[in-house]
Design a protein around this ligand. Structure first.
Ligand code: FSX
Ligand code: SF4
Ligand code: F3S
Length: 387
């Protein structure tokens, strides 16, 4: 039995909801078994750093609120943000997303084209004036009056400003839109810029190349539940997801603290899962929850460092696509977090969003607090040091 199953079994909040109309509605609306939906909602509650008592409000918001209209623009990017959202599984995140929101304009997914799709965008904006969510994927070229990206005869700058004018919330998804990302790499011939730069005001940012779809979903669910976006840092990033350095929650952290490093790809240390700092891992200067919520819903280890590659700092302005991949990271914190296993102890393999969420709910802690899970500890470190 996983930690979250245990919590669902014992929690009075969960019991209240087990037979509730909201969960029956979730089963009908999303085609997901009630218990799976409950697990998913509990994990989202925990990942957002909310108390377990918020579960009911989150379930109600996800099942009963009117789906907000979303206008999704795409400019200088690779469509990875959209792809990562749609490729998610368990319990079919794409289905949850597409059932939670009314995606009224999206260039990749729209069946219509040309004048028809432009008309759909205008109708959605007029009908939902002041209420729709604008999501922007991709950087925006500002050089030479923005002529390097035009859609329907308008520059990306014009489209962005037009769509942002009457939006209730504006979200930059991916590093390109959040801070310029890959298209803004020097010498940046098109003047690729962030959404906030174009609008001249702060926006919510969900950086990552691609960003983790759960961070987008949690932000939307927070908006649906409370009518406002979650608490943000100075760069517009939701604190629940970007409040901690990767290095603080990495399953290889104890190897770092003990001075056990992979020095070359394929050497002894690398094969034994030791710290990737000397291969250029940017976890020590990158803020994101990758080791905690992982990617692709396929279990522990499914994140860059977990697969044996150093973090390149894809979420972080000034690091990803800027610093050479194998240059050494700046160490922002040196003292090991108190909740982390000591160097001589077993090393964890990373927590999935569901198990981490359960532990966080059980412990009354947000995933952002850096929870490590006893039931995910597995990899023994009784190996010898590399030469
Ligand atoms: Fe691609 Fe998105 Fe990277 Fe950018 O993600 S995965 S280039 S952040 O805008 O599509
Ligand atoms: Fe993990 Fe990288 Fe930090 Fe090593 S340097 S502990 S691999 S985040
Ligand atoms: Fe990106 Fe590093 Fe996470 S490369 S996906 S921020 S582990």
């Amino acid at each position: 039995m996983t930690a979250i199953d245990l919590w669902l079994k014992k929690s009075p909040v969960a019991k209240d909801y087990e037979e509730s109309d909201s969960l029956r509605e979730a089963e009908r609306r999303f085609g997901v078994p009630r218990r799976d939906f409950m697990k998913f909602a509990a994990a989202l509650v925990a990942s957002m750093g909310l108390p377990s008592s918020a579960l009911g409000a989150v379930v109600n918001a996800m099942t009963q609120s009117k789906r907000p209209s979303v206008i999704w623009l795409q400019f200088q990017e690779c469509t990875g943000c959209t792809e990562s959202l749609l490729r998610s599984e368990h319990p079919t995140l794409d289905k949850l997303i597409l059932d939670l929101i009314s995606l009224d304009y999206h260039e990749t997914l729209a069946a219509a084209a040309g004048h028809q799709v432009e008309a759909a965008r205008k109708t959605a904006m007029e009908t939902n004036k002041g209420k729709y969510i604008l999501v922007v994927e991709g950087a925006i070229p500002m050089k030479d009056n923005g002529i390097y990206c035009k859609i329907g005869g308008k520059t990306a700058i014009e489209l962005t400003k037009e769509c942002a004018a009457d939006a209730a919330a504006v979200i930059a998804i991916g590093s390109c839109s959040s801070w310029g990302g890959m298209p803004s790499t020097a010498p940046n011939p098109t003047g690729a810029s962030s959404l906030a730069t174009v609008l001249g005001k702060p926006v919510v940012t969900i950086p990552g190349c691609p960003p983790n779809p759960y961070n987008f979903l949690s932000t939307v669910v927070h908006f649906l539940t409370f009518g406002k976006v979650p608490d943000l840092d100075a760069k517009g990033r939701p604190l629940f997801a970007y409040g901690r350095l990767i290095h603080e929650n990495c399953e290889r952290r104890a190897h770092f603290d003990a001075g056990r490093f992979a020095k070359q790809f394929g050497d002894d240390g690398h094969r034994q899962g030791w710290c990737l700092y000397k291969l250029g891992c940017k976890g020590p200067e990158t803020y994101a929850n990758c080791p905690q919520i992982l990617f692709n819903d396929c279990g522990g280890g499914a994140w860059p460092v977990g697969t044996g590659h150093p973090c390149i700092g894809c979420t972080e302005e000034g690091i990803g696509f800027t610093k050479p991949i194998h240059s050494l990271a700046v160490l922002k914190t040196v003292t090991p977090p108190t909740q982390f296993a000591r160097p001589a102890e077993d090393q964890g393999q990373g927590a999935t969003i569901v198990t981490a969420g359960a532990a966080a709910v059980l412990g009354g802690l947000a995933i952002g607090a850096g929870m490590k899970l006893a039931d995910n500890l597995g990899k023994r470190d009784d190996a010898k040091k590399p030469d």
